[in-house]
Design a protein around this ligand. Structure first.
Ligand code: FAD
Length: 280
């Protein structure tokens, strides 16, 4: 059963990283992604890096989405940067509040992602398809689960077209989130974000920071493998393939892979799901 795919990359910081990402993208294009997105600010990357990577993807003939965070930004700066993206041919944005210091710095004119979405719609009309972030396991700074759901609904009411979730390994959290926001009147696609498991320490670090839960049974198994990278990868592949299969069977509107700029972990999951030819 086919499902629309999208792949997320971060802007490389070195010429070697740029070359590796180009090669990874070419391999992933075999899966026919609906679009590829490029993060902004995460890990200290610059907006120039995001724009440059987005430009390369567009030049490769693939639709590209620029992540765009507003924390610390002025309206004037956001207007200018969005105009640049529009002139480059970008038609899709992932509109985010972001986190300091990943954004522009202090003294900004936007408080929440919903302010950015409303601004984009007011200034650029329908020029961009706007994606927003969703948190099935709750954003770590949210006052309460209910407040977080309302914050998500506010982003959609401000004009978002669709959403991509933080990664999760509990499908129930995703299905409940979707049921809850649909009950609140949201009717945009909410695409699950998928994080392949390849490195225990990195996964623990990310998950602590972003509030994604690693279920106890997964965490304990990963920790028990210690430095046995082959076993971690084999187990991670089984877990994440099974997660994707459950989501696909349930009819999710797409799967968005956090590729970490690597082709193979995502491709191997897609091969097992018969979403790419096995020779890919
Ligand atoms: P918001 O939707 O503004 O929410 C932030 C917090 O404010 C939440 O706790 C929410 O409950 C609360 N809130 C919102 N509105 C209100 C309100 N009106 N009143 C009270 N509380 C409110 N980070 C990067 O640095 N670069 C990236 O490229 C990037 N890409 C991402 C892509 C995806 C798909 C996801 C899921 C996350 C990404 N992030 C990225 C992380 C993101 O920047 C952080 O999670 C950030 O802390 C929140 O951004 P947001 O757009 O979800 O914020």
């Amino acid at each position: 059963m086919a499902v629309p795919l999208s792949f997320e990359f971060f802007p490389p910081k070195t010429p070697e990283g740029t070359a590796k990402l180009r090669a990874a993208r070419q391999r992933l294009y075999a899966a026919g992604p609906a679009f590829c997105s490029v993060t902004y600010g995460a890990g200290g990357s610059t907006q120039e890096g995001t724009f440059a990577t987005v430009a390369e993807i567009l030049a490769e003939g693939v639709p590209a989405a620029a992540h765009f965070s507003c924390i610390g930004a002025t309206r004037e700066r956001v207007r200018a940067q969005l105009s640049t993206l529009q002139a480059m041919g970008v038609r899709r944005l992932v509109a985010l509040r972001g986190d300091l210091p990943s954004g522009y710095g202090l003294g900004g004119e936007f408080t929440y992602a919903s302010d950015l979405v409303a601004f984009i719609r007011a200034e650029f009309g329908a020029a961009f398809h706007i994606e927003v972030a969703a948190y099935p396991e709750m954003h770590p700074q949210a006052r309460s689960p209910q407040a977080d759901l309302q914050a998500f609904v506010a982003k959609v009411r401000a004009g978002a077209d669709s959403a991509i979730t933080q990664y999760f390994y509990n499908t129930d959290a995703y299905f409940r989130f979707v049921d809850d926001v649909y009950a609140l009147g949201v009717d945009v696609p909410v695409v699950p974000g998928i994080m392949p498991i390849t490195n225990t320490a990195q996964l623990m670090r990310f998950s602590d920071a972003c509030g994604a839960e690693i279920p106890r049974w997964i965490r304990l198994r990963l920790q028990a493998y210690g430095d046995d990278v082959a076993s971690i990868r084999a187990f991670g592949l089984e877990v994440v393939t099974d997660l994707c299969d459950q989501l696909r069977t349930a009819g999710v509107p797409g799967l968005h892979f956090y590729t970490m700029n690597q082709a193979e972990p995502t491709l191997e999951i897609l091969r097992r799901l018969d979403l790419v030819p096995h020779a890919t």
